[in-house]
Design a protein around this ligand. Structure first.
Ligand code: MN
Length: 330
């Protein structure tokens, strides 16, 4: 099976709940939908989340350029990645280059799974099994009153864990937000917090100690710059609450620099692909659930009792809702 053509389309999928973080407010999810067409008629699909729709044209251009490089190549994800990494070795396989490679990689895995009639989790040697998921669809930088209401809604969607965004200008306001959410969900629901890199190391020590003292927080995510591994290591040593990083690792090399092997692994966004990958991750921890691609999918992921199971459909198990894609096309 060979690659005939790769097509990408940018959409702005509406979000059920706007998400104000310490960096920006998200009202819609800018997604680049990728269709990898093969000479066997199989179409591999993947999407990239552009962190703002203004980034999508640039990523789309990269995908288009890479598509030319792999046209006629076998749908062999390992070889495709190796080739594309080599082509971009001098520029550096980071950021948007890595995004674009990842998009082609995911679409190629999806095509392969479809051609073999296997869901990705089975293709990788595992079985689609339930993975514990936390609801990440909200709890942005909002008032305590709004947070209480939203926290309850997120739990009622069928989850046993939720994540709150922190990183307000004043530590006291973060504490008020944390207390409001804890009040709303009670002690039985797991609560993570995410600073989206808002703090300096000194501030993170101060707010981290505040959270340690308050208690009831499962992890503190990205308190400082994602690439400050020494700073993160210091925080992990000095704080009681675990530190969570990794969503900004630029590939496995940075992960190897930042972590020891055997560390618990949770996913970041892309729940449709992550539910397959976590099913074959020995240190599988939590799946971050967001429904941001749901508006353009024929069959969005299903959550049951706080767990997500990869669908038994072949590949990633994603098909576009073409009518919705037309509606949200950029
Ligand atoms: Mn995060």
């Amino acid at each position: 099976m060979k690659i005939e053509r790769v097509r990408s389309r940018a959409v702005a999928a509406p979000m059920k709940r706007p998400l104000p973080t310490s960096i920006a407010t998200l009202n819609e999810a800018g997604l680049l939908l990728i269709d990898l067409q093969t000479d066997q008629g199989v179409v591999g699909r993947a999407y990239l989340f552009g962190l703002g729709k203004h980034n999508l044209p640039t990523i789309a251009k990269l995908v288009e350029t890479m598509a030319d490089m792999v046209q006629g190549d076998a749908v062999a994800p390992f070889d495709l990645e190796k080739k594309l990494r080599a082509k971009y070795a001098l520029l550096g396989v980071h950021n948007m280059v890595l995004f674009a490679i990842a998009g082609i990689d995911m679409a190629a895995w999806d095509a392969l799974g479809q051609a073999l009639g296997q869901p990705l989790a089975r293709l990788l040697g595992g079985i689609p099994r339930p993975v514990a998921a936390y609801n990440s669809n909200g709890l942005g930088i909002r008032s305590p009153k709004e947070l209480e209401k939203e926290a309850l809604e997120l739990v009622e969607e069928g989850f046993r864990a939720v994540k709150l965004r922190l990183g307000r200008a004043h530590a006291k306001d973060d504490l008020d937000a944390l207390r409001a959410v804890k009040r709303a969900i009670g002690p039985e629901i797991t609560l993570m917090v995410d600073f989206n890199q808002a703090l300096s190391v000194a501030e993170a020590l101060e707010r981290g100690r505040m959270i340690d003292e308050e208690g009831g927080v499962y992890w503190i995510e990205e308190p400082i710059r994602a690439d400050d591994f020494a700073g993160n290591a210091r925080l992990a040593r000095e704080l009681r609450t675990p530190i969570q990083i990794g969503e900004n690792f630029m590939g496995p090399e940075q992960m190897a620099q930042a972590l020891a092997a055997g560390v618990e692994m949770s996913s970041h966004l892309f729940p449709e692909a992550s539910c397959h990958l976590l099913a074959v991750t020995p240190t599988c921890h939590w799946l971050e659930f967001v429904d941001w691609a749901a508006p353009v999918l024929q069959e969005p992921l299903i959550v049951r009792d706080g767990f997500v199971v990869a669908p038994e459909r072949p590949g990633l198990g994603m098909a576009w809702n073409e009518e919705a894609v037309r509606r949200y096309l950029l």
